[in-house]
Design a protein around this ligand. Structure first.
Ligand SMILES: Cc1cc2nc3c(=O)[nH]c(=O)nc-3n(C[C@H](O)[C@H](O)[C@H](O)COP(=O)(O)O)c2cc1C
Ligand SMILES: [Fe+2]
Ligand SMILES: [Fe+2]
Length: 402
């Protein structure tokens, strides 16, 4: 890859992963991703982060071109996850940087990942300033956004911040700046990234945004480690504003019905519940787990006010894809949702009780009664499902108006 100069003497030296489809092996990335790394050329040279190891070729090519014969003085490790630290050991070996900066938690994470011997590691607690010539590197811990080690690096002289995973999106593009691509796609991909990776840390996001506002940082460019770079004060305000909005988890007039089915009775119930929601004027996404990956469902659940989960009873339990979905959803800790459970059964019929327990455990407010139908629904059963949809719809309207 060729380096891209994003500000005078500051270069993007990352890699584009056009073929990524399953980011980190659990979340879909249908449009690929990028691993961004940056080189600052001042009196000293500074590399901020690296890329996933599979992309070492693209990365070292861009880095060598950007260095243009100079050595590497400093290495900043904003985040130790292997999609950013994948080439760290090789950078240390090949370029022998004189100083390696990590956050206090990063020091522990670096030790656990690389077991380094004799590396020139310097722990940089929040607020540490390091002059590299005309510029000053300023480190700010963003602990648990989304790993304990995360920090951001700010350079006041350029009003630029390198924010590791925060404000990123999974999108492989030839463009490097957010203002060069389609805004609605960008915003959707940013929200999908947030819903599947950052969501559990929403309270940390709000605290971090408040802390950044309190620091009055002059910010003209924000460089995440994935996707497009936010250039200009309006773009920076947009990105920070979106994160505040995402973290607040204000629900929309929308419900997600997610289910699996063997013989389609539970599916019929899902469609009847959808009709009830529509009758109340609530937007509905009907998502079969055979046709929708759990991360695609989560991207819809993220801004929905209600989640209706359906499963038939299967071997005294629920179907495995539904258990997978609930496990995934619980880990991402969505806040303030309305929940409802439904399903078909043959004899013992444990399904709805199990689903309701899960939803309560996730912290959802349950709309009762759960609807349980023996084998194939008849007219009365469809009416019950329709009524469940209506009851959830009414609860949604109350929630979004309150
Ligand atoms: C392999 C298998 C295991 C099942 N286990 C149970 C069970 O333990 N308890 C129960 O009430 N029904 C059980 N059933 C019956 C289903 O819950 C019933 O057929 C239901 O109507 C299927 O709904 P669906 O059309 O949405 O798949 C089982 C069905 C199958 C095929
Ligand atoms: Fe990460
Ligand atoms: Fe990442």
């Amino acid at each position: 890859m060729r380096p891209v100069e994003i500000k005078k003497d500051i270069f993007w030296v990352g890699a584009v992963d056009w073929n990524s489809r399953n980011f980190h092996g659990y979340s879909l990335s249908p449009q690929g991703t990028t691993y961004n790394a940056f080189l600052v050329k001042d009196q000293q040279t500074v590399l901020i982060d690296t890329v996933k190891h599979d992309f070492r070729g693209q990365f070292f090519c861009a880095l060598s071109k950007a260095l243009d014969g100079r050595g590497l003085d400093c290495l900043v490790v904003n985040h130790l996850e292997p999609d950013h630290a994948g080439c760290l050991a090789e950078v240390v070996e090949r370029f022998k940087p004189k100083r390696i900066f990590v956050s206090p938690m990063g020091e522990k994470s670096l030790a656990a990942h690389f077991h380094p011997q004799g590396w020139p590691i310097e722990v940089a607690p929040s607020g540490t300033k390091v002059s590299v010539g005309r510029r000053t590197l300023t480190f700010v811990e963003i602990r648990m956004l989304h790993w304990p080690d995360n920090m951001l690096t700010y350079i006041p002289e350029d009003a630029i911040a390198f924010t590791s995973d925060a404000f990123g999106q999974n999108w492989a593009t030839s463009e490097r700046f957010a203002d060069e691509v389609d805004r609605s796609t960008l915003t959707r991909l940013m929200a999908e990234y947030y819903a599947n990776i950052v969501l559990p840390y929403s309270p940390v996001v709000l605290k971090t945004l408040d802390a950044l506002a309190g620091m009055n940082l002059d910010l003209d460019m924000v460089c995440p480690d994935h996707g497009l770079i936010w250039r200009g004060r309006d773009e920076v305000a947009f990105a920070l504003g979106k994160y505040r909005e995402f973290a607040q988890q204000k629900p929309k007039n929308k419900a997600v019905i997610v289910y699996d089915t063997m013989w389609r009775s539970t599916e019929k119930m899902a469609l009847a519940a959808a009709e009830g929601l529509v009758a109340e004027g609530v937007g509905v996404r009907v998502m079969s787990l055979k046709h929708n990956h759990h991360s695609a469902v989560m991207s819809e659940v993220f801004d929905a006010a209600a989640v209706l989960v359906g499963s038939p009873t299967h071997n005294n339990g629920i179907l495995p894809l539904v258990a997978d979905m609930l496990t995934y959803m619980k880990g991402l800790r969505p806040q303030g949702k309305i929940g409802a459970a439904f399903g078909s059964f043959g004899w013992s019929g444990e399904c709805v009780k199990i689903l309701a327990e899960w939803l309560k455990d996730i912290g959802m407010e349950l709309v009762e009664p759960q609807v349980k139908v023996k084998h194939v629904p008849d007219h009365a059963a469809f009416q019950q499902c329709f009524d469940l949809g209506r009851a959830v719809g009414q609860a949604v309207k109350k929630k979004i108006s309150g």
